[in-house]
Ligand binder design. Structure first.
Ligand code: DGJ
Length: 740
């Protein structure tokens, strides 16, 4: 049993395999948070956790209850304006302009399992994984509003998923000014906030800072989760490492404007809020209508960040990702973007396809430029019909040729965008998100379609589904190359304009939902100029995402390492591209480029029809190697060993281990070489201490405990023989570890 309720004390104890989450109905009927952390015994009450002392100069709830001071009480879903001065979890404006509410506990319900939410992506339990859901109903007497706080406990992955549902049982409309998904009040502030920040081409770099008094937040107001800040965040004790120590993880199942906020008050208590960013949000809630927040994922472990990443990865594969793809090995693809950009014709593409076949590659992806008259990025977005000057016999015919040559076929779309130079714009200029009588701000020479309009979603569905059927498509790359500006919808009334960001992302959801239902076997990869929408909402439909437009192996080391904290490696699209690299001009060995890209959904993105004989042979070998070890690379349990965000940022290493601990692959990347370097030992992780292993098919065998505790001695030569080439800059070494 995951949910324990003590009726007499109105106390709720949610237990996972190793954690406890406890809260209680307070004397005034509000909900007080008591504890979240390592598991504690179930008891009827926790007198020790409910103790309070009088804090001077703080409002009290009532004259006869001087120590009942909301500002000093940890809460579950806090209101504003009745004595608690922290930022609230929600705000509701009523017809008289008041924002004061008083939500009181009404009743609760426990349900087995977890249904999907209707209306957008959510976690689920299809497998009977001992999952239970608790719903707490709160009621505001004046407005007749109800809030249902939903808690689903996933005991086997140490995850609790929260969301809130607002229902208007009153006779007046109200406006939700904020409606966050989850709140966590913690009793102290001795935590480091770990966030994953960056920008285009340098996404999800790890930043760790100690909490300080006041508000610290990461968020997005761009209309997408963004490459600048990822919605995944951790709070770790200062002493917490990869392998030990307490750490909380928070993520939001959402792709729009989000807020992850941490507030430390004057008593060093901490409030975490996660949800839709109130900055660009409001929602008119009419009588008898409801508003459902997206879900947020809470997880805790006492055993370090690596454990947190692993339990989250397992959780997503069992309870979020389309089950069809969970363990399905992803095809090795070649994408023509960096090979040709817009400059291609059928013959050029077919040369790549034929070469791909020869190399053992499994899928050809035709990127941007196949439609309208798109010879550069100024035109044709929205016109999803083939450019006959490039593919004279149509897209279906071309797809047929790719299939005939024995490869799967994938295609690029950017459904949410429109170019001024397009038939779509000439017909429907009002479909662009723009403010009347104001100039429109371009981004990559293009504009954003108003996905809050049903007719826009319908148009895209018709266009895309025709192409998908015509091509018998195997894969869609769904791009999104700019953010929203001039936030205004011609189809929304005055008082609902701030609903646009959320309505927009609901429109995107609807298109994904309809396409994935109509084409259940098509693999979707999400992309937003690379990793601008690397989030859980996308993961629900698109089990893989283009991790970054930066394909340079050295940059990717940090990007993929940072990404691994919140997302599994099977989600990370990773390609080998040309050297010098197109984004950063760096020269790196082909071997290192592959050794980096192997730890993800692997592919190539260069003109393979022009390879030298030597590179061709190398790539053929890489493809065969990846196929032989693909399940470990994509689905093995990942253990981070050396961080590129620590020390001199020069080395990264990690290891992926299969379920039975009989096969593992470790890698060590070194950015710059050092003269007369110190001795090197690579301490592996995740092996069975009692099993014996060979490394790289060598003669010697080692016990797992030796490899993990003493480490593998590495010399500074590539192949270990005296006089061979020394480890150079941008080098990498893979270690196949096999049980004897
Ligand atoms: C941005 C993507 O991240 C690239 O991979 C490529 O698809 C281009 N867009 C095409 O315009």
């Amino acid at each position: 049993m995951a949910i324990h309720v003590d009726e007499a004390h109105q106390l709720f104890h949610l237990q996972t395999a190793t954690t406890s989450y406890i809260f209680q109905v307070l004397a005034n009927g509000q909900l007080g948070q008591l504890y979240y952390g390592s598991q504690v015994h179930v008891r009827p009450e926790y007198a020790n956790l409910t103790k309070r002392e009088l804090k001077n100069s703080m409002p009290a709830y009532a004259l006869d209850q001087p120590t009942y001071q909301l500002d000093a009480i940890k809460q579950e879903y806090a209101a504003f304006g009745t004595g608690d001065y922290h930022r609230p979890a929600y705000q509701v404006t009523q017809t008289n302009g008041s924002r004061i509410t008083d939500f009181i506990y009404d009743h609760y319900e426990v349900k087995q399992g977890k249904q999907r939410l209707t209306g957008f992506p959510s976690t689920f339990d299809d497998s009977g994984d001992d999952v239970e859901t608790l719903v707490i109903y709160l009621h505001d007497e004046v407005t007749k509003l109800e809030i249902a706080l939903n808690y689903t406990v996933f005991p086997n992955q140490d995850v609790i998923v929260r969301s809130a549902t607002f229902l208007n049982h009153g006779t007046d409309a109200v406006t939700l000014n904020s409606a966050l998904s989850g709140q966590l009040d913690l009793p102290d502030a001795d935590y480091d906030m770990v966030q994953f920040s960056g920008g285009w081409a340098r996404e999800r770099h790890l930043i760790r800072t100690h909490l300080r008094s006041g508000i610290q937040a990461i968020d997005s107001v761009r209309g997408s989760s963004s490459p600048q800040q990822n919605p995944f965040m951790m709070l770790a004790r200062p002493e917490t490492t990869e392998d030990a120590g307490g750490v909380f993880g928070f993520n939001l199942v959402y792709s729009g404007n989000f807020l992850d906020q941490v507030e430390v008050d004057h008593y060093d208590t901490t409030r975490v809020l996660v949800g839709i960013n109130p900055e660009t949000f409001a929602w008119q809630l009419m009588p008898d209508k409801s508003f459902q927040t997206p879900e947020c994922v809470f997880s805790y472990t006492a055993n370090g960040m690596n454990q947190l990443s692993q339990q989250l990865a397992t959780f997503y594969s069992e309870h979020l990702v389309n089950s069809q793809y969970v363990k399905k090995e992803r095809p090795i693809l070649v994408n023509n973007w960096e090979a040709t950009y817009f400059d291609f014709d059928e013959e050029k593409l077919l040369k790549i396809v034929r070469k791909a076949k020869e190399l053992g590659i499994e899928m050809f992806v035709l990127d941007d430029g196949w439609f309208g008259h798109r010879d550069d990025d100024h035109t044709s977005l929205g016109d999803w019909f083939v450019d006959h000057s490039k593919l004279p016999n149509g897209i279906g015919d071309f797809a047929g040729k790719v299939h005939h040559l024995g490869l799967q076929f994938g295609l690029w779309f950017e459904p949410e965008m429109i170019s001024i130079d397009s038939e779509l714009y000439r017909t429907h200029p009002e479909w662009v998100i723009h403010a009347p009588d104001r100039r429109m701000t371009p981004g990559r020479n293009q504009y954003v379609l108003d996905f809050s309009r049903q007719e826009v979603v319908d148009y895209l569905y018709d266009m895309m589904s025709k192409v998908m059927a015509d091509t018998k498509l195997d894969y869609v790359k769904w791009d999104m190359n700019r953010y929203i500006t001039e936030l205004f919808s011609c189809s929304l009334p005055v008082d609902q304009q701030l609903e646009l960001p959320h309505r927009y992302i609901l429109g995107v959801y609807q298109l994904y939902e309809r396409l994935t239902k109509a084409f259940p076997d098509v693999l979707f990869e999400s992309c937003a100029s690379g990793g601008g929408r690397f989030d859980l909402w996308m993961m629900y439909y698109a089990p893989q995402a283009w991790t970054s437009d930066d394909t340079d192996a050295v940059e990717r080391i940090k990007i993929q390492y940072g990404t691994s904290y919140g997302y599994p490696q099977s989600m990370m699209g990773a390609h080998v591209s040309v050297s010098p690299n197109e984004q950063i001009g760096r020269y790196t060995p082909l071997e290192t480029r592959a050794n980096v890209a192997f730890f993800g959904a692997f592919g190539y993105e260069l003109d393979i029809s022009k390879l030298s004989v030597a590179d061709s042979a190398t790539i053929q070998h890489q493809v065969a190697f990846y196929k032989a070890h693909r399940s470990v690379f994509q689905f093995g349990k990942l253990y981070r060993i050396t961080s590129p965000f620590e020390k001199d940022h020069n080395v990264m290493s990690w290891i992926a281990v299969d379920e039975t601990k009989s096969h593992a692959i470790a890698v060590r990347y070194q950015i710059l070489n050092r003269p007369n370097a110190p001795y090197l030992r690579l301490k592996l992780k995740g092996l069975d201490p009692d099993k014996q292993y060979r490394v790289n098919e060598g003669q010697r065998t080692y016990y797992g405990d030796e490899l993990m505790n003493a480490g593998l001695f590495l010399d500074h030569n590539f192949d270990g023989t005296a006089g061979s080439r020394k480890d150079a800059d941008f080098s990498s070494r893979l270690f196949l570890v096999d049980e004897v």
